[in-house]
Design a protein around this ligand. Structure first.
Ligand code: ATP
Length: 348
């Protein structure tokens, strides 16, 4: 069992703030994903939990005990890196066995534990091979086996799929989810890929410039993003955002007019998702020429240009039209999100 608490964690190098006042309680067996663009502080946060980086401020607790001053090897966490970090001169068996040797586990137990871990990630046929003779996906599975072999309380995974091709990424993602469920360990997983975050996480932490923007279940951050940054980072395509004015419940921007909204008068950013709007024969809410059409198989993505920016709407898969054709787009008021134009914070 492993609960982790991060209390006011900050990391500074000189005047540069890598992570700023991070606070979170991570439940036992939770799959937590740290998500954000490059440089937002995800890896630094994870390295502080692992003990590979000292926190400038704050306390890190595992099962209630402060671990800031504990060596990485004494924290009972296993880390899986993007680079795999395998030993090139050792074969697969020895690579998987390595953590057992380092931790002084009774050698009589090694073989069974290594074979169990190798079987779990389907590597039994490759035990004699050196890493150089493995594919990227197989190397990543060795890294996973090496992490699970010592049955740690906590798994830390830093972009473990980013060196794999798209197809392998999907299958390895499923394997990681299944593995973490089976092992019932607490997992903290770092990625900049929002689809990975949405598919794997019990909870997602969205970060930007070292600051936590929102913590919530994938559904919460998708349905009620806390600000325009989260709205534009989550979802494929991202939420459409249009700057305009709200006056007595009516939102107005060039070529856009939506009534029935709730919020105070003033400048706002209106948000709506591609799948919540629809292309219709005629309406007064949004009218614009088609910029591009993309066939997705199960739907057609229609993009129009509004005030210099693209707005995406999901249409039926049978929808056909030409670039430049004028279309009307219906945007139901109850699927609109409103954000403060200055702060970007959610209003409604
Ligand atoms: P990526 O997805 O690119 O790995 P990240 O979100 O994991 O990004 P971090 O590696 O945590 O980002 O880095 C956060 C910020 O701290 C970055 O701006 C980075 O340049 C900076 N940083 C990291 N390590 C150091 C260091 N040793 N000295 C100074 N700045 C650092």
């Amino acid at each position: 069992m492993a609960e982790i608490q991060l209390r006011n964690i900050s990391k500074r190098w000189g005047s540069f703030v890598g992570v700023n006042d991070f606070n979170l309680s991570i439940d036992d067996k939770e799959f937590l994903v740290l998500l954000g663009p490059s440089g937002c502080g995800k890896t630094t946060t994870m390295r502080m939990i692992a003990g590979l980086e000292d926190a400038t401020e704050g306390d890190i607790l595992i099962n209630g005990a402060r671990v800031n001053d504990l060596e990485p090897k004494n924290r009972d966490v296993a880390m899986v890196f993007q680079s795999y970090a395998l030993y090139p001169n050792m074969n697969v068996y020895e690579n998987i066995r390595f953590p057992l040797r380092v931790r002084g586990i009774d050698p009589a137990l090694h073989k069974e534990r290594v074979m169990q871990a190798a079987e779990r990630v389907e590597l039994l046929d490759f035990l004699d091979r050196k890493p150089a003779a493995l594919s990227g996906g197989q190397r990543q599975r060795v890294a996973l086996a090496r992490a699970i072999v010592r049955k740690p309380k906590v798994f830390l995974m830093d972009e473990p799929l980013s060196n794999l091709d798209a197809k392998l990424r999907v299958s390895t993602r499923a394997q990681i989810k299944n593995l973490s469920h089976d092992l019932a360990a607490t997992t903290i997983y770092v990625t900049h890929d929002q689809i990975e975050a949405m598919t794997l996480a019990d909870r997602v932490v969205v970060m930007k410039s070292g600051v936590v923007q929102q913590v919530g279940s994938p559904t919460e951050i998708y349905d009620t993003p806390a600000n325009t940054f989260v709205a534009s980072f989550i979802g494929s395509p991202a939420m459409n955002l249009i700057d305009g004015e709200l006056m007595n419940g009516k939102f107005s921007a060039p070529n856009v007019e939506i009534t029935g909204l709730i919020g105070r008068n003033g400048k706002v950013t209106l948000g709506f998702r591609a799948e919540d709007a629809s292309v219709v024969e005629q309406c007064s809410e949004m009218n614009a020429p088609i910029y591009t059409l993309e066939l997705l198989g199960d739907a057609t993505m229609v993009s129009v240009r509004i005030g210099g920016q693209l707005v995406a709407v999901k249409a039926d898969k049978t929808f056909r039209s030409d670039i430049g054709d004028q279309v009307s787009i219906h945007i139901p008021a109850d699927h609109c999100h409103l954000f403060d134009a200055e702060t970007g914070l959610r209003i409604q």
